[in-house]
Design a protein. Structure first.
Lengths: 305, 255
């Protein structure tokens, strides 16, 4: 409870900064609207205002400030506008409606979870291979690293085009882009985790003449779990980013990515920001869920820190 | 039972080869309790690991029950106790002790029977369901000894198993270990750097010295096999301890 005050202070500071930024960002459009509505503003005429600094315009026209918080298509929407949009598109709509952010969120989330599952399994298998096979150790890791240096925005359309040409459509292409981003932290974390048992622990199994499979199952895998969970938190957030990116190049009609795209086509900045916050809330929820499972599992295993 | 002739082990290192063991001649008979004692770097742990097949000798011969160390390891001829108990935190004490049994493919019923027996041997009956963090350091080390005993190998190799424990606990565990040795008739090879511990436990004490790691003296203890803790105040005990101390000191003078 003692931490609540600092947390609220930071939130208040961020909101204040945001509101402060809204005024100069939107002032020119607000002045144009006000002039059209018959108000007198300083200076008159959009052309005269074009080269003046936004701060100067705010100082000259304090009566227009409140209008900057209420525009339909602001350059930067005010926090309360985003909150209202979030509320209207979640609580204010049926979840099956195309206008419901929950509906779009679920479309993205289902691709995220499928991609996360594929990425985790692929990453885990690769890590097991890397730890047990010297050739894989030398050859796979450089490719895994190289794969992450390619901008995902560049490769996502190609994945979708290639998969589409072999008849794979819908959820799976997005999930594969998710998996592409999420397998990497799992590989890195699992390799580290599978190698975490000390030499003495491995010597002990050697004195039992244990096979590599037995060592993996009875020692390496359980010992790797703390590392795996740390990786899974990164991976699930990356999977969500991957699913959103996967929705951009296809002109998808549903999903958080589609909301972002549609918002930018039609200048609906409030909608874009609402979708962004929807994605952030979803990511925070997913990471929190993984953290909760982590605590549960590691406590049960006597490995909680 | 264990026989080494002219055993040699050289580790390659960046500043040239290091002679970890040189000209080791040693015979351990069935039922012996043999201790290796010496300063750090004298190769006592390396010798134990070579016997266990965890290090490869570079010269000489070494047989365990007439087999090579590797073959003996694969036929599970010995149980090994490390300095750290190394229990798995995610397994209960009973499940930790059944770990080697699972790996060796014992049936579930046989596992349970042997785990119960091993727990009794180290006086941990009733602690099977506990987890390692719920036990003291001494109890954890006893559990790790039970784990080494569970598959009933004839030989028990122990690498400073009580080195990290305080002296009171150590005395108690030494007494228990002797009791266990008498009851099971196992052959025990024990690494230590404590003179009282070596003298109290052993039928034979192997004094070793570093650079190169070698045996400088083998002392056959005249003490009876039945040893209460207060035997440590008898002249016979003090005499053996004196011999060991002299053996170790002679090497320091040599340095």
């Amino acid at each position: 409870m003692r931490s609540i005050l600092p947390v609220l202070t930071v939130v208040a500071a961020l909101l204040a900064l945001w509101y402060a930024a809204v005024v100069p960002m939107n002032i020119k459009a607000a002045l144009t609207d006000a002039e059209r509505a018959g108000m007198t503003v300083q200076p008159e005429g959009a052309a005269a205002r074009r080269d003046l600094s936004a701060i100067q315009l705010v100082l000259d026209n304090p009566s227009v400030i409140s209008a900057t918080f209420q525009q339909a298509r602001p350059r930067l929407p005010a926090p309360h506008q985003v909150v209202v949009e979030l509320w209207n598109t979640t609580a204010g709509q049926k979840v099956t409606s195309k206008r419901s952010l929950i509906y779009h969120g679920w479309v993205t989330l289902s691709a995220t979870l499928l991609g996360f599952a594929i990425g985790t399994i692929a990453g885990g298998l690769l890590a097991v291979g890397i730890v047990h096979n010297r050739a894989m150790d030398m050859s796979v890791m450089p490719w895994a690293i190289a794969s992450q240096t390619i901008p995902i925005l560049a490769i996502a359309p190609m994945i979708i085009v290639v998969l589409n040409s072999i008849g794979v459509q819908g959820l799976l292409p997005k999930a594969i882009i998710s998996a592409y981003l999420s397998f990497f932290p799992v590989v890195v974390g699992m390799v580290k985790g599978l190698r975490s048992p000390e030499a003495g622990q491995l010597d002990l199994l050697k004195t039992y003449h244990a096979s590599a499979g037995q060592s993996l199952w009875k020692l390496r895998l359980p010992a790797s779990l703390p590392y795996l969970f740390a990786s899974l938190k990164v991976a699930i957030a990356a999977a969500l980013v991957g699913a959103i990116i996967g929705e951009l190049p296809t002109g998808a009609v549903s999903g958080l990515g589609a909301r972002l795209l549609a918002g930018s086509y039609y200048g609906q900045t409030v909608q874009i920001w609402a979708a962004l916050f929807g994605a952030a809330i979803a990511a925070a929820g997913l990471v929190g869920l993984v953290g909760w499972i982590e605590r549960l599992v590691l406590t049960r295993m006597g490995m909680a820190k | 039972m264990i026989d080494a002739q002219g055993l040699q082990l050289v580790f390659p290192s960046q500043d040239g080869p290091v002679e970890a063991l040189k000209d080791i001649d040693l015979t351990v008979s069935r039922g012996d309790f043999v201790s290796f004692i010496g300063p750090s770097g004298c190769g006592k742990t390396t010798l134990l690991r070579a016997i266990a097949g965890l290090e490869q000798p570079t010269g000489g011969t070494l047989t365990i029950n007439g087999m090579s160390p590797d073959a003996a390891r694969k036929s599970r001829a010995y149980g090994y106790v490390f300095q750290a108990a190394g229990l798995y935190p995610w397994r209960s004490i009973a499940r930790n002790i059944s770990l080697p049994l699972e790996i060796m493919g014992f049936s579930r019923a046989e596992q349970n029977r042997r785990v119960a027996d091993a727990l009794e041997l180290v006086e941990l009956g009733g602690f099977g369901r506990k987890y390692p963090w719920q036990l003291s350091g001494g109890m954890q080390q006893r559990a790790s000894i039970a784990r080494a005993l569970a598959f009933d190998a004839d030989i028990l190799l122990m690498d400073e198993p009580f080195g990290a424990l305080d002296e009171i606990v150590r005395d108690h565990l030494n007494e228990q270990l002797l009791e266990l040795w008498k009851r099971t008739g196992k052959t025990i090879v024990f690494v230590t750097h404590s003179i009282p511990e070596a003298v109290f436990l052993s039928t034979r004490i192997v004094v070793m010295s570093p650079r190169p790691g070698r045996i400088t003296q083998v002392i056959d203890s005249p003490l009876p096999r039945d040893r209460p803790l207060d035997i440590r105040d008898t002249p016979a005990f003090l005499d053996v301890a004196h011999q060991v101390r002299d053996g170790l000191r002679a090497e320091h003078a040599y340095d």
